[in-house]
Design a protein around this ligand. Sequence first.
Ligand code: GLC
Length: 730
Amino acid sequence: MKSYTLHRHVQLFRFGDPFETESLCYPGENLIPQEEVELPEFDIFKNNGITVLTYQLEKQDRVIGLGESVGGINKRGRVIEAYATDDPIHTPDKRALYGAHNYLFIAGNKNLGIYLDFPGKISYDIGFSHPDRMIITIDGGDFDLYVFRHDDLLEAVRSFRKLQGVGYAPPKWAFGNQQSRWSYDTADKVREVADNMRKKWLPCDAIYLDIDYMENYKDFTVDETKFPDFRQFVEEMKIRGFRLIPIIDAGVKIEPGYHVYDEGVEEKYFCINEKDQPFVAAVWPGWVHFPDFQQPEVRQWFGKQYQVLTDYGIEGFWNDMNEPSVFYTEESLGTFIQKAKECEGKNIDLEDFFVLKDLFEALSANPDAYKKMHQISETKKIQHHQIHNLYGFNMTRAAAEGIEKIDPNKRYLLFSRSSFTGMGRYAGLWTGDNYSWWEHILLMIKMLPALNMGGFLYIGADIGGFGGDASPDLLVRWTQASLLTPLFRNHSAIGTRNQEPYSFDHWTTEAIRKMLELRYALIPYIYSEYMKAALHHDLYFKPLSFEYIDEHSMEVEDQLLVGESVMMAPIYQENARGRYVWVPEEMLLWKTVMNHQDEFQVIKPGHHYMHLELDETALFIRKNKMIVLADPAQNVDLMNFDRLTVLAFVDGEATYGYYDDDGETTNYKLEKNIKMMIRIRQHHNDYQIDVELKSSVTISKIHFMLTNPAGEFAEMDYDVSSGEIHKGSN
Ligand code: GLC
């Protein structure tokens, strides 16, 4: 083991000769090894190619991080596996989901962060087998272990994030509401969705095209029988204010004459089997090959293919099935069919039945397939299993780099299902195939900060749940809980109840419209906080314990801090008309109610029961903080960001750095500065307001809505060019 100091608080311990994942982007080649640096926190044991790191957990230690996984914000008591898996049933016993996120932070008397840069399987037994031990089992002996030893946990996260570079910046319209379903499978069906959204005044920026827009599920094709004159259709929808977002799957259909297949075979761009022939597996199109995204030239080739769709005017994509998902292979199907034949006509006994059942279940997501598949890395043939977790990351990197070449100055929407650390530089992710279960609202809440810690910022779950049937109440509460998730998309599976906000009774549609309007009103704040987090390696979602050190804040699992000014505490239980909320400091409760004036109330620190009817949405504004709002519109392009509203809770003095940019181009990389500094000084119910514009921007008017700790409310208008203030409501 060699060790290196990257920073006063960050050390790298290199075990053996690790595979270069490119998850981080600091200049690693300049590292100078050091003698005798210790790693006292871990017992290290190596055996049979496996490495086991054991950490002694103190009673008060909380273990947070590990990104996309089931379990709480505090993962103590769980086993989590980092092995990208297409498993659509996210029950509490599941150990692996779509992403592999090898970072965790131990918060206790001493804080410690680690990142394991290793592309194969790792298992984290966090006090499951033994209550006071964390046992990390790495399926190999060559890996990098980064250790972050900061007193402040947030600083540890920032150090880790800094190693990954600046986060992905989506276009501003991608913060609007997005409507999806598997599938809106014809142009007319998409038109119908658009008509309904507009007819019911439901703001919406994008409609999704799931696998059925393609010709026989072939990537980079469009089925002209279902979508005649696609270019014109994309334009028609754009004029109506909707972007279309097609899906791209990892598997390339085996079909001579299909150009992606032909080129891939010709150039040897596909993953191979033991005999160096293209590896074959089945996914949506039937038999497919998987592009070998490990090779830079394959990434370039695949990235270029997106141009077929960008030339049609497409401005966003979702990459799917990129664990990669395997429905079956010839071999696994053969074994199953063989067994089934043996059983045919027989009165099968229990043993045969279970063998048959197990063989059937093992058809999909069977790790054996990954052992037979191989990839090439710098001329070396590597078993896919050993670098399995990089597949989705590299597919998405291929897309991002390809799109950047196609259209260098424009931001595209891009997110992926499978992911690895570092993908947050290129794209976002969604949390895959959840269910219309109330439990999955809470699961989403718990995953959000864990994903952010790993640099995944543009994130969200399928609102309303993907599998199963959503009840109207579930959709309403899920929409409320997602109010601030950067990716805000309602998506559902084929065969389930329709789940668009207009698919239920009139009351439900109205209630959701109110929430969508609130979402759009919040976009200036969401965008400002998102971009600051992306540019400055910060967290958009934080557990309370990152800011408050009282004993309750350490334990709260169903409330989050969002950006610097807001605490969210949504309702996620069926039939609940309220919930208990831990309020760690004095805050301003802002309640929006359908068909009523908004309500504001100063809440003292402590435990409170918050009554919230189904149509009531609550947010908490932290003390001496503010949020920036704009008038909602039917889509983001129609919003006017020149006239803003600031909602603030001021006890003495509050300041806020507001970030904005053109929301479309990559110019944000040149000027990462905040756009406007707002300072509000409060004395009783009198306020002094200073607004300093930091760049040549056009903000003409700001309406201030101010509350002091006595609960007194004041409103005033601020004319930005003259600096004049007019008291009273506008
Ligand atoms: C996968 C995706 C899901 C999509 C479906 C069909 O299950 O996770 O979002 O709708 O495939 O493409």
